[in-house]
Design a protein around this ligand. Structure first.
Ligand code: PEP
Length: 253
């Protein structure tokens, strides 16, 4: 049976009261796959989100972390701080952080290692720009990211990473990759992982698609054999839309 993870990336949205309202609304939906759903919130919302979701089975986490445990890094948040909040997940290497905040494969790699050491599940984002895709170099580009991001991570740890394929041209644009385009790249990433490690590691890895996933296109994307769920931005801000996507996954599992 295929495993799924439906992860909501709120980005820089929602204040505390909105967070609690969302969590209560999501719990009220009585999701049939609550254990395969998580919400990645701004740092300022995480404590309230965790409290509000307590006992629901729905996971929660952060959108970024620093790789050092403490020190003179003004404005940053460490793994011990996330552990203290009880997070289960953390996004690493989102294209918005790579583009606007100088995230590199080197810092992504360091972040993956410290999250894995702490038992927090990293959701690693990879994906190409429109320019790269139009030039036909998307597989080379994404393979390069995957190889660099997993450098020095042993197989038993790698298996705990969730990879999200997020073509930059599909994020927040309303332009979704076709199910075939998304499947092709997710299958390719699985092959790259199998090549670095072995087939069982590649086969077991959760590989998500992200980029304008919404209730109207989720079922078709999630039905593809190599797509184990979604990283959802815009559509994760509304309880009804996010729950509908989670239910689409539940219907397929
Ligand atoms: C994202 O931010 O990870 C994302 C996929 O956003 P959206 O669903 O809005 O395209």
């Amino acid at each position: 049976m295929k495993k799924f993870l439906i992860a909501g990336n709120w980005k820089m949205n929602k204040i505390s009261s909105e967070t609690v309202e969302f969590a209560e609304g999501l719990k009220a939906k009585g999701l049939s796959n609550a254990g395969d759903v998580c919400v990645l919130a701004p740092f300022t919302d995480i404590r309230d989100l965790g409290k509000a979701l307590e006992g629901s089975g729905i996971g929660f986490g952060a959108q970024n972390v620093h790789f050092e445990p403490s020190g003179a890094y003004t404005g940053e948040i460490s793994v011990p701080m996330l552990e203290d909040l009880g997070v289960g997940y953390c996004i690493v290497g989102h294209s918005e952080r790579r583009e606007y905040f100088a995230e590199t494969d080197e810092t992504v790699n360091k972040k993956l290692k410290v999250l894995l050491a702490a038992g927090i599940t990293p959701i690693l984002c990879v994906g190409e720009s429109l320019e790269v895709r139009e030039g036909g170099g998307e597989q080379t580009f994404v393979a390069g990211q995957v190889v660099a991001d997993f450098a020095g991570i042993p197989a038993e740890d790698a298996a705990r990473v969730v990879v999200a394929y997020e073509p930059i041209w599909a994020i927040g644009t309303g332009k979704t990759a076709t199910p075939d385009q998304a499947e092709e790249m997710c299958a390719f990433i699985r092959g790259v992982i199998s090549g670095i490690y072995d087939n069982p590691t590649g086969d077991a890895m959760l590989i998500l698609y992200g980029g304008s996933m919404k209730p109207s296109n989720a079922a078709e994307l999630l039905a593809k054999p190599d797509i184990n769920g979604g990283l959802i931005g815009g559509a994760s801000l509304k309880v009804d839309d996010f729950a509908a996507i989670a239910e689409a996954a539940a219907a397929l599992s």
